[in-house]
Ligand binder design. Structure first.
Ligand SMILES: Nc1nc2c(ncn2[C@@H]2O[C@H](COP(=O)(O)OP(=O)(O)OP(=O)(O)O)[C@@H](O)[C@H]2O)c(=O)[nH]1
Ligand SMILES: [Mg+2]
Length: 423
């Protein structure tokens, strides 16, 4: 930690292409600067070119290449980072013309993921994404690979691995795929177990840095790393949220979304990202203090659609209300419920709990009846899956008032009916 502050940060120049009016290149580049910072470097200059399409050979036109060259000389930058994924030819041509390392947004994100992956699954997923990205770009990266040492774009699979030829990479990819399959099977089993427990699950989703982990930590005592960094969380964490009336909801914190999320990552992280697909409810955390919040929400919904998440109740939480400077109304037409909160300052969290309780209850039905002593297991089931309002021991059994899930009610009534006909 101390080392990084003492070391001089690597200086980089950011380059973007603005391909139409009203395009969000500037915001995207501001975000790229944050990504670069999270990756441990410093953006010293930003250069934008207005042109209809990116240049197929050099990403930007020759005039801009000159401008970048001057900026490199002026600032002493050692890398140029383009805001879109570069083709092998673009990387190769630009490094010939500029003689510095040429990176792109995807590589920066991959770097951050590599640095933050902690679980074996996360590490496999990152390595897989990196190898896939790099296998098609071996030629272009050849030059930059000879000069390295803890710089950006070099984390994860070490130099040795990168020098393997394509065939070896392919073999490694196949092996990682197999390993991933095993981990995924394990995850499927865990999911199946959860399902059997019949505890409802809510996935906490949202743009990176919105405050998802903070919310989980303050609602439960999860102790997930929360940081003012992009992609602090890569591994999903699930915790039980205990609500009143013995109701329980499983909350899963997930990896954040971002614009231009590299498809290598989406593919590699599919099983992690898909947590939302297996959830009963979606809790969408939005950084309401971010001027880009509308765009962020749009990207979140777009990504959810790509992942095949649909038809689930959505609870949108407008977070960081303590940092808001505008008073524009906060709206989310796609949400079924919205609340304004501050996870960090625990403002509005009681309302979140109340709302979740309400939603869970709405999905249950009231049961009132006497459960014979011979049917003790039914009572167990109510305790486990329902919300017991009252129980009283009477002569015939236990008189119960409880909210129970529809399927449990069905079983209850059938068992009681059977009991009646037998006695
Ligand atoms: N002021 C303020 N800061 C908050 C609030 N909620 C979260 N934060 C801060 O926002 C930053 C990001 O929070 P995280 O919980 O790590 O965000 P995340 O959505 O999990 O981010 P990733 O895991 O990177 O996708 C941290 O520095 C938090 O302390 C809030 O209500 N108010
Ligand atoms: Mg997080």
């Amino acid at each position: 930690m101390i080392e990084t502050t003492q070391q001089e940060l690597e200086k980089v120049i950011l380059v973007g292409v603005c391909d139409n009016e009203g395009d969000d290149t500037e915001d995207s580049l501001a975000e790229l600067a944050e990504l670069v910072q999270t990756a441990g470097a410093q953006a010293v200059e930003t250069i934008i070119q207005n042109r209809e399409h990116v240049h197929p050979g050099t990403y930007v036109g020759s005039g801009k290449v000159e401008e970048i060259r001057e900026a490199i000389a002026r600032t002493g930058a050692t890398s140029v980072i383009c805001d879109d994924e570069l083709s092998p030819a673009q990387i190769s041509n630009l490094s010939d013309l500029l003689s510095v390392r040429i990176l792109d947004r995807t590589l920066v994100i991959l770097d951050i993921f590599a640095a933050h992956a902690t679980s074996s699954e996360g590490k496999i997923q990152v390595e897989l994404a990196q190898l896939r990205y790099r296998s098609s770009r071996l030629i272009g990266l050849g030059k930059s690979l000879s000069r390295q040492g803890g710089q950006m774009g070099n984390k994860g699979p070490g130099e040795k691995k990168l020098e393997l030829d394509r065939r070896l990479i392919q073999a490694r990819v196949a092996q990682l795929r197999r390993e991933l399959k095993e981990v995924e099977q394990h995850r499927d089993i865990t999911r199946a177990k959860r399902k059997k427990n019949a505890k409802p699950v809510a996935a906490i989703v949202g743009y990176t840095n919105a405050g998802k982990s903070t919310l989980l930590n303050h609602l439960t005592q999860a102790e997930v790393l929360e940081e003012d960094k992009l992609f602090a969380t890569l591994d999903p964490t699930t915790r039980v949220l205990e609500l009143s009336g013995k109701q329980e909801l499983l909350l899963t914190d997930t990896v954040g979304f971002i614009r231009k999320l590299p498809h290598h990552l989406i593919e590699a992280f599919k099983s992690t990202l898909e947590e939302a697909k297996y959830a009963d409810y979606i809790i969408h955390v939005v950084d309401a203090s971010n001027p880009q919040r509308e765009k962020h929400m749009q990207i979140v919904y777009q990504t959810l659609t790509e992942l095949g998440v649909k038809d689930k109740p959505i609870i949108t939480l407008f977070n960081k209300q303590d940092l808001r400077t505008d008073d524009e109304p906060l709206r989310d037409f796609r949400a079924d419920y919205t609340l304004s909160i501050s996870a960090k300052n625990e403002i509005g969290l009681d309302r979140v709990r109340d709302l979740l309780e309400q939603i869970l209850r709405d999905n249950k039905v009231l049961f009132e009846g006497i459960i014979p002593f011979s049917q003790g297991s039914l009572l167990q089931q109510i305790r486990k899956q329902g919300e017991l309002l009252s129980e009283e021991y009477v002569a015939e059994g236990v008189s119960v008032k409880a909210y129970v899930p529809q399927d449990v009610l069905g079983r209850l009534l059938a068992a009681l009916e059977k009991n009646k006909t037998e006695s």
